[in-house]
Design a protein around this ligand. Structure first.
Ligand code: SF4
Length: 259
């Protein structure tokens, strides 16, 4: 597969399907992915490392200088960001200075781009750490992953590399009091000889049940966009994603679809 890695600490801005003009932040190395999951659909390729080694990561001071420079450069242009977005080559909350970096971002956003939202795309694997939870609760827009309604489905699709219990994860998501977006990717195909499909009616029923436990302010439904490390995967067609979104809407949630 063509591996898609971000080669800068601050990238873009890009026009994002989900976030408008988005200035991206990659807190992870520029040459490889570091993640606590090994999703079979990950655009960055298979996970070879889930340890964020301090020496290979940008420090808060370096980050501050780079973000300040970029925000000053964008001021008054038509690329002023709608969102300053933590994404990049893996899981941003694995960065050991993540909480301090969020603090820096809030200060710089308030000074140079007061209209931009701060967004974090996360797999939620570090929510058990109070410091990470508290940092995430300071940002405007948390997009947290939930790719299924049953633990065994999530294990097949996301392959958590650290301890994962769905029940515990839902409890941690509930602590956001609804101030979060659930991002759910739907996919089907095969992996290691096993069928993969998180869009069957049984799977959807379990997933909708979890949405009722979490009560998110928004749900994003999408599918794979680029090539995937597991080659036997297919997009869930747009009409089907729209039908899933209709169910979400009928249950009283705000939803958007990206096919
Ligand atoms: S959580 Fe995100 S970065 Fe990590 S493996 Fe999954 S898709 Fe890739």
């Amino acid at each position: 597969m063509a591996v898609f890695l971000f080669d800068e600490l601050i990238f873009g801005p890009v026009r994002s399907r989900r976030l408008g003009v988005s200035l991206g932040i990659n807190l992870l190395p520029t040459h490889k992915k570091i993640c606590s999951f090994n999703c079979i659909y990950c655009e960055c390729g298979w996970t070879n490392s889930h340890q964020a080694l301090k020496n290979s990561l940008p420090r808060n001071e370096e980050f501050k200088t780079a973000l300040e420079k970029k925000l000053i450069e964008l001021q008054g242009t038509d690329l002023e960001p709608d969102s300053i977005t933590f994404a990049g080559n893996g899981e941003p909350t694995l960065h050991p200075e993540f909480a301090a970096i969020v603090d820096t971002t809030l200060q710089l956003r308030n000074r140079y781009a007061p209209h931009a939202l701060i967004s974090v795309l996360s797999n939620g694997s570090m929510l058990h750490k109070t410091e990470i939870r508290e940092a995430l609760k300071m940002v405007d827009n948390n997009l947290l992953k939930l790719d299924g309604g049953r633990e065994k489905t999530i294990r097949k699709i996301n392959t958590p590399l650290k301890a994962f219990r769905l029940e515990e994860y839902i409890r941690l998501l509930q602590s956001f009091d609804g101030k979060l977006t659930i991002q759910s990717l739907f996919v089907r195909g095969t992996h290691k000889g096993e069928a993969i499909d998180n869009a069957t009616s049984e799977e959807l029923e379990a997933w909708l049940g979890l949405l009722h436990s979490i009560m998110p302010q928004h749900v994003m439904v999408y599918t794979i966009e680029r090539s995937t490390p597991e080659e036997g995967l297919y997009k869930v067609p747009l009409e089907e994603l729209e039908a899933i979104a209709e169910k979400v809407k009928a249950d009283g949630f705000e939803v958007s679809v990206f096919g």
